[in-house]
Design a protein around this ligand. Structure first.
Ligand code: ZN
Length: 201
């Protein structure tokens, strides 16, 4: 328990101990019952979206996605950064193993990945105790931190790039529509950048 207490918040509880205290009540009172479902998405949809905190509840409500409806993959910026990375693998698993029939990439206005600067992130890392020598070692080992830690110039561009990587993926069946959408993080309004049925984009 000491470890759980070492980062007390203003309630005098650590984040984890607060979660665990809630959790035992949640299970005991069977509050999980409304969420019972299986692992196959009822709406046959896989969604790639951003980890932005404003979307945690808003996005599923705005898209009418409930527990059991969709596979939801999240990262910073809703980005597929590599065609053979973990996001693309998750999408392929959703399609082949879990019967997702369509994919939606949902970026959002005001995304924190817009103009993310590698230098700024690394400055903060050094300020938090990461050794500058470690950064040089990574650089010499051929790891392109600058490319890896740089965001997009606009979230729309990010969505278009991700949609393009997914659509062109050699392992994705041609009959899986891939949609590119933007969501407003305040109102939940969706704008279609490109629908996967071929009518635009
Ligand atoms: Zn975002």
């Amino acid at each position: 328990m000491d470890k759980l207490r070492h980062r007390d918040n203003n309630l005098g509880m650590s984040i984890l101990s607060e979660i665990l205290a809630h959790n035992s009540q949640f299970v005991e009172k069977k509050e999980y019952e409304p969420f019972l479902t299986d692992r196959f998405p009822d709406k046959k949809l896989a969604v790639l979206t951003c980890m932005d905190t404003r979307l945690v509840e808003l996005l599923p409500r705005a898209m009418n996605i409930r527990n059991g409806d969709a596979k939801v993959i999240k990262n910073a910026g809703a980005i597929v950064s590599h065609p053979f990375g973990s996001v693309m693998r998750s999408l392929l698993v959703a399609v082949y193993e879990l019967n997702a029939a369509e994919i939606a990439v949902v970026g959002h206005y005001g995304c924190g990945m817009t103009g993310l600067s590698c230098d700024r992130v690394l400055e903060k890392a050094i300020a938090r105790g990461v050794n500058a020598e470690t950064l040089r070692t990574l650089h010499h080992a051929g790891i392109d931190l600058n490319h890896w830690l740089t965001g997009f110039t606009s979230p729309e561009e990010g969505v278009r790039q991700s949609v393009s990587i997914i659509r062109k993926h050699p392992l994705l069946p041609k009959n899986v529509p891939v949609h590119g959408l933007m969501i407003c993080p305040e109102t939940g309004r969706l704008d279609v950048l490109s629908d996967g049925y071929g009518s635009n984009g």
